[in-house]
Write a protein that binds this ligand. Sequence first.
Ligand code: DX5
Ligand code: ZN
Length: 214
Amino acid sequence: MKIIAPSVLSADFGHLADDLQMINRSEADWLHIDVMDGTFVPNISFGFPLMKPFKQYCSKPLDVHLMIVHPEKYVERFCDAGAWSVGFHLEAVEDPMPILEMIKAKGVRTCLTINPDVDVKRLVPYLDKVDMVLLMSVFAGFGGQKFIPETMDKIRFIKAEIDKRGLKTMIEIDGGVNTANAAELFAAGADALVAGSAVFGAENPEEAIRKMKK
Ligand code: DX5
Ligand code: ZN
């Protein structure tokens, strides 16, 4: 699968509806939504008030990435606000299972995420319990950072685990993705790529999305 999920974090919020209409016209598959709380990550983005226009103006599934402490307090509200998938960080919680169950009970897809400094092996026990794992290829918190090359081996490792067990779990990669490295990431086993600055900072965003899917 070659899924592209533009990160709305890099959109022009003064012209949000225009940017979302561009996403609708484009070959993008999902809209990636980065929620930051200023505690789990040293940055604050946006929360519930923007879920409304995302839902209203974007026709693509909303892929919510929570970079917050205590995701258990908020996952249900994101589900109710129209999320298609809700992901949170494994290293932000003590036990992800009850939180995954809360998301599942809402009929929403589940995703577990890890930052680059978390051992990828920690995801292994959950591979059959989630719809997707998200490997951060930069440290969560900001758009526009440089891709961390060590991510490639982590993708191959987790892909091999998934295949070995005959699972359908998807692999999403987030951070520093662009038209130059997308093909290599898909080839290594990624199913979905998040791209913020490489889409919204491009001269022709629709063309950039098309290129990444090739
Ligand atoms: C980083 C976010 C990413 C970010 C990606 O904390 O999770 O989704 O928006 O931005 P780029 O593609 O610019 O690295
Ligand atoms: Zn993200």
